[in-house]
Design a protein around this ligand. Sequence first.
Ligand code: ASP
Length: 439
Amino acid sequence: MKKVVKFGGSSLANAEQFRKAGEIIRGEESRRYVVPSAPGKRYDGDIKVTDLLYRCYAAAEEGEDFDNQLKAIKERFYEIIRGLNLTLSLEEDFGEIRKRFAALDGREYAASRGEYLNGKIMAAYLGYTFVDAAEVIRFDENGIVDMDNTDRLMEEKFAGLETAVLPGFYGADESGRIRTFSRGGSDVTGSLLARAICADMYENWTDVSGFLVADPRIVDNPVPIETITYRELRELSYMGATVLHEESIFPVRKRGIPINIRNTNHPEDPGTLIVESTCKKPKYVITGIAGKKGFCSINIEKSMMNSEIGFGRRVLQVFEDQNISFEHIPSGIDTMTVYVHQSEFEDKEQQVIAGIHRLVQPDVVEMESDLALIAVVGRGMKSTRGTAGRLFSALAHANVNIKMIDQGSSELNIIIGVENRDFEAAVKAVYDIFVMTRI
Ligand code: ASP
């Protein structure tokens, strides 16, 4: 059995957190490949090392003296080294970093050093081999991971390694230039490694015990999600549930490798298991609820719309021409509504209206703003009668007026549109009916 274990920034913010991670890794022989993030926040209001590196590099770009900033970064690492009683010197590394900052060797190079150095400390602490991600993660010239080459390089490198530490967040392009993923990208590194070595499991250790059924800022103490499928997770994260970097799903999903989200501060919690498919019956009819405020609907009316072939295409053409992506398009006999993000739409509203008038000559175009969309997601809905009935009566009892309903053909989710001001009440009502009063 082999597992890839990735630790997030808050799990490695100081020596105490490092010790917790070390205990977890040594607790199971299968935890052989470790992917660390850069040190995160040690306390509320602290600054992540990655952010310090970005700032320090910006100072170098401005031609300012950045030595003090670099010294503060160095101290963050030495604080960990001392706390772990290691005899490890980073002087040579910092000499090189200073030189490359002064030569303005790239913002991505700068940001990547947090993971690089934390990886070195982790390798020394565990007695594992350190592998520089620049050697095995290949980016193409557009900054996108070259999956085939990465797979091959990793397979070759790791085949001979019983145990290893691979820093997260970065790789290099063909010419050796360091490239990074977007923020939170160490999750992606873990996923790529798990895929390349065909790991049995990808454990992602963070500071929460997995996904929760609903947002804890809206619902008090929501229950955790024990098992979720990749498809369900896609639906939820699209609507704002963020624990895992979006791009970290695809590499492992293709190989059927499960991801287990775990809490470094509560290793006894089972966390959330993300799987391709499962015959385990979910505990509740719904797996999760997520949503976002700030949508706008554009309602287009035209008599005999239903017999006008190409009407929908022309309406969507207008949005495409303005580079606005749409979220939903519920339609009726003589009406069609397009839901878009208010922030993307506001500045282009008049161009869109003019475009619609020009391309489809509608009878009426009306707009409504300050709407919220809520996704109620669950693989259990397919086989349960009355889910929609319960959902809508719960919302009616909570005095929430439903503006839009959309059930995907997969029967995996029901999307409801409500006014922004009803958003919290709606989420609570859905949670209560499916989780608190579970039948
Ligand atoms: N250190 C990087 C960041 O802060 C990447 C990561 O932690 O996953 O975004």
